[in-house]
Design a protein around this ligand. Sequence first.
Ligand SMILES: *Cc1c(COP(=O)(O)O)cnc(C)c1O
Length: 403
Amino acid sequence: MSQQLTPEYLINLGQQFGTPLYVYHAEKIREQYQRLTTAFQGSNTVFFYACKALTNINILKYVCGLGANVDCSSINEVRLALHAGFPKERILYTSNGIAFDEIAEAKDLGVIINIDSLSNLEKFGNKYGHSYPVGIRLRPNIMAGGNLKISTGHDKSKFGIPVDQADQILQLVDKYNLHIADLHIHTGSEIKDVDVFVKGIEILFDLIPKFKELKFIDLGGGFKVPYKEGDAETNISLLAKTVADAFANHPNPGGRPLQVWFEPGKFLVSECGYFITKVNVLKDTAAATFVSVDSGFNHLIRPMFYDAYHRIENISNPNGTPKRYSVVGNICETDTFAWDRTINEVREGDYLVFYNAGAYGFEMSSNFNSRYKPAEVLVSGGQAHLIRRRDRFEDLLRNQIEL
Ligand SMILES: *Cc1c(COP(=O)(O)O)cnc(C)c1O
């Protein structure tokens, strides 16, 4: 049965911890992880949680306890993962556009590294030669993903080394006797079409025979989750079968089976998250009835940044007459969560909950307008734990140097 927190329980949490409030449901993360491992059972596949989606240390510890690996996008995420207890062998640092110092630091920490430029690959070869295995992040020149901001694999994207530069990669591998252990592609986020992954595999299979020490193929993340009723979702079972078939059609050159990696971020933590806000003001105008909540894009930027749709429910008035509203924030800039949305009648003081708020919610929050970042609560085993206190006034001045 699918894990879901009830509206009554969420109201309780809103009252107990105050709003705005992020709530994460641990067992939902486990359920999502098990959906993956069940679908890929027996197929030598490993999942690295792309932790930039949600890095609260307690979430990292929980994911570590599930047995998943972790994928990091900065050296600080690597440090957080180590702090959370992930052993270095289960930490992957997929870099993009970083200074070589950070790659050297990741090497010193002993984690797995994917390099995404010829320049850093050359520096790596120059310094370490064959002594440390490394992966290559390739740009497959495939257009995929929910929108341009989250599409990373197309032929105008900054990410990875373009596959059309494979010759230059091979020259470097040859020159420095590099030990290439994995090839990586990540085409983007919100990929519902499993054929995109197959296209990626097809492209990699042209290259695989050229890397004699290859052990892993890393197909990145980007599984789509439903944000509203009827939304498409990546069919995980179909993906498992399609990937297995693609590999069966391409026998490995060296006879060694390759392990397949995925890097799901949103898939693991989106649905576990609830963002609870309270209605400050109702404003009736000719154009719309505005509902202003005690939050804004400083706390949940996805609607303004990606035109993302988050389901919004008035949990204080579940039987109220449905009406149309514009749900807005309190930031001094256009700050709309939903433009013309049917919601059960809203009154000032009601709690509105935003669903699917676990991924890229708190993580992309800021102190814009000198507002506090929200608190975070983890519900686990039926217990609610505060895992980050709300900012306080001192936090706004912390690190500032008053002259
Ligand atoms: C962001 C990212 C992911 C995860 O993307 P989701 O859409 O959250 O699954 C995976 N791999 C890399 C390299 C990323 O940058």
